[in-house]
Structure formats: C-alpha cells, structure tokens
Ligand binder design. Structure first.
Ligand code: LLP
Length: 412
C-alpha cells in the first residue's frame, strides 16, 4: 500500500486490509509500525556524526502505539500542548528530550512542562517568557527555555503550511528575540538554552530552511558575543513527502548542511520531523457506500470523509488512492467523496481509477501524518478505529468511537 512497493506486496497488503476491514469495519487508519521504525532508523543513520537530538513532532500523529516506538528508538519529542506532553509521559519519552513549541500555551500547560523538567520551553512571545519565569519561580525551579525566532523566510507546500513569513503568528521577530534572550539571561528563574525556528511544512525544497538556519546561526553568534551561550540549535521540522510519487527531498544533504551550521557554532542540532517519519506509515481505509452520476461525473460516496481525513478539503491535498479490486476493471474519472453535508467533503477529485462499485474498499495512502489527529466528530460521526500492523500481524490500537462517546461529557 506504500508508494514504491511491488505488485505482489501491494496485493498482499490489500488482502490484509480487506481482512481487517471485515473484522473491524470501516473506516479505519492502519499504521505500519515496521515502516515507521524503518523511517526513524534511516533518518537517524543519515545524520552526520555531530551532537544531535531528533524530536518527533507529536502533532503529526500522537497515537500511543507510535509514541512507544519513538521512545524505544531513543528519540525525543516536539510537543505543542499539555495533552501531547501527557501522552509522551504515558509513552515513556524522556522529559529531558522533550521540547515544547506552540504559539498559545496556557499557564497550566507551562507549569506542567516546567514541573516535568523538559528540555526546553520554546517561547514564542515576550509575554510567554514572563509566564514561564513566573511559573518557574512559583515552583522553585529554573526553567530551560529556547526562543523561537521568526526566520522571515516563507516556505511550505500550501499557504496554510507556511509558518515563517514576516507577519506570521509564530515565533518572535529578531529584535524581540534579542530582548527575550536579554531578559532570560538576567532572570534567575530562567536558563536560556536554545534558539529555534521552523519555516513551514511539506517542504519539497529545503532551501528556505537552510536560509533560515544561516540567519539563526548569525543571531547565535551575536548572542555569544554578548555573553549568552546556548546549547540547542533547533531547526524545526518541515520535510515533505512525495504525495504525487515524485522525488522526496534529499534528506541527507539537508541534515548534513544543518549539522555543519550547528557544528560551526558548537551546538547540539535539534530536528523536529513529523510527516517525513510517519506519513508513509499510515493508510486510511474506507468503503464505498454508493456510486452515482451527477453532471456527467462519477461520484463514489464513501463511509469516511473529511471528518476522518481533512487534508484534501483543507489544503487540496492529493493522497495516492488505491481501489482494492480483485481483478482488472474498466477505469474512469471518479470523485471520491465522504458522507458529510459539506461540498468540501472529498477524499479525491478527478482521479482515473478502476471504476468503484458499492462495497469496494479504498485505500488512501501516505495518510499517517495529520490524518486521525485532525479528525472530528462532525455530523455526530464517531471517530474511526485505528489498527497497527507489525511483522505480519495486526491489532486494534484504538477502538472505533461509539455513540456513547459522543455524549459522554454532555449534560443536556
Ligand atoms: N516543528 C514545529 C514547530 C511545527 O510547527 C511543525 C509542524 C513541525 C515541527 C513538524 O512539521 P513536519 O515535519 O511534520 O512538516 N496539518 C498540516 C501540517 C501542519 C504542520 C504544522 N507544524 C498538514 O496536514 O499538512
């Protein structure tokens, strides 16, 4: 089910998904744990021999089964909420290798992070810096902080995925970043340990990150000259994957260049990949409920939609699609849509596919990142199930939501 695999393997995994669908129903996400582990190991093996820490971006997929692998492989984590921090704790990820980014941290989340003694709170505003200081003081701790600087470099596979432009809500402008470091250096409740930046996501061209890294290294040197000595050079995440079957970015060239820059300022390089590690490990599986014609188009209505996988509706994302058919079939131009009362509810538009029929299974591939984590119960549709595949066997890792779940916290 994964781009690049042979027909035999494709057929085997198709059968496996059909077996799972028969047992757990549809829709569901399937995560290939072996593939996830492989991606992590390949990424780590490609890193040059410099002090570094890979902090998996938990927002891409926070399934505990995946976080357990992150922990077992010795990776750290990049979290953006108290909830993600709690999940990392549950999965056994060492606090000393957790960084906490995010533009809007509540006071209780800041306190939890300081109490857990994570590696750094990556502050994104001067007010937040003061909050971290107050929390640390209250708890009688010294909080390690990193300052997220806005690199003023735009990049990203879609305008919503660019986070590094000048007017972006993320990070601090250079002058404010300097001020944050100045304040932190003179505050005995704070320990400035790092400089971080993040350009955007789904980058197929990594040049913008390298440009941002050069600017960050400049600022780092300036700070060193002012007597502020940091440890972590955090270049964020953003590596894209080839949804269209084209080439992935040259990861080794990218990490080599970043390692060189981090080395030049004697820093520990921190990287926060999410999608690159987990995207290819996930498949979303849905069943065709009805096939109809409208305005000369063939529309296959599936039982999973943008409530389960929002990326096509939100970014016009085009995931590879496989119709799991037993034998050759006539191909046609098809729209795959979901069951929601929204015209934007589609999984794929205008694709040439084996003509779907009622009951067919559809595999939406490269769906491991920003899939289930962005799902909702819109139209009161319970969250779908998740299964994990490992060494030829599979198990349910999260039960399908129920109608009881939909009203669990409600008081009429
Ligand atoms: N670090 C920071 C500070 C981030 O904001 C992000 C992603 C990452 C790391 C991980 O980026 P990655 O390596 O996964 O590209 N929902 C969108 C993606 C939003 C990414 C937000 N930040 C999507 O479905 O494409």
């Amino acid at each position: 089910m994964i781009a690049g695999q042979g027909a035999g393997e494709r057929c085997r995994s198709g059968h496996r998904l059909a077996t799972i669908a028969a047992e757990v129903g549809t829709p569901f996400y399937a995560y290939d744990l072996d593939r996830f582990r492989e991606r992590i190991r390949a990424f780590e093996a490609g890193l040059p021999d410099v002090p570094h820490l890979t902090c998996y971006a938990v927002k891409a997929n926070d399934a505990l089964a995946l976080l357990a692998i992150v922990a077992a492989e010795g990776l750290g984590a990049d979290v953006v909420s108290g909830g993600e921090l709690a999940k990392c704790g549950k999965a056994g990820i060492t606090p000393a290798s957790i960084v906490f980014s995010g533009v809007g941290k509540r006071d209780d989340e800041i306190r939890a992070a300081v109490e857990a003694e994570i590696r750094s709170v990556n502050v994104e505003s001067l007010e937040e810096l003061d909050e971290v200081s107050a929390a640390a003081r209250q708890l009688g701790r010294v909080a390690p902080i990193s300052v997220r600087v806005n690199p003023d470099v735009a990049g990203g596979g879609h305008e919503y995925l660019a986070t590094g432009g000048a007017a972006s809500k993320f990070g601090l402008e250079r002058a404010d970043a300097r001020e944050a470091f100045r304040r932190a250096a003179t505050d005995d409740a704070l320990d400035p340990v790092g400089l971080s930046f993040h350009v955007g996501s789904q980058l197929l061209d990594t040049e913008p990150v390298l440009m941002a890294a050069e600017r960050a290294a400049e600022l780092w040197r300036e700070l060193a000259d002012a007597g502020i000595r940091l440890r972590d050079f955090d270049a964020g995440g953003g590596l894209g994957i080839a949804y269209d079957g084209g080439a992935e970015p040259d990861v080794q060239a990218y990490t080599a260049r970043l390692a060189e820059l981090a080395g030049s300022v004697e820093a520990t390089l921190i990287l926060e990949p999410g999608r690159h590690l987990v995207g290819p490990a996930g498949t979303f599986v849905t069943r065709v409920l009805h096939v109809k014609r409208a305005g000369g188009r063939t529309i296959a209505v599936c039982d999973g939609g943008s409530n389960d996988l929002l990326r096509p509706a939100l970014y016009g994302a085009e995931h590879p699609i496989t119709v799991l058919v037993e034998r050759e079939r006539e191909r046609a131009l098809v729209d795959l849509v979901g069951p929601l009362c929204e015209s934007s509810d589609f999984l794929a538009l205008d694709r040439t596919l084996p003509l779907p029929r009622r009951g067919d299974l559809i595999a939406v591939e490269l769906a491991g990142a920003y899939g289930r984590v962005m799902s909702s119960t819109y139209n009161a549709r319970p969250l779908c199930a998740e299964v994990v595949l490992e060494q030829g066997s599979w198990r349910v890792s999260r039960e399908r939501g129920t109608y009881d779940d939909l009203i669990r916290n409600e008081r009429p």
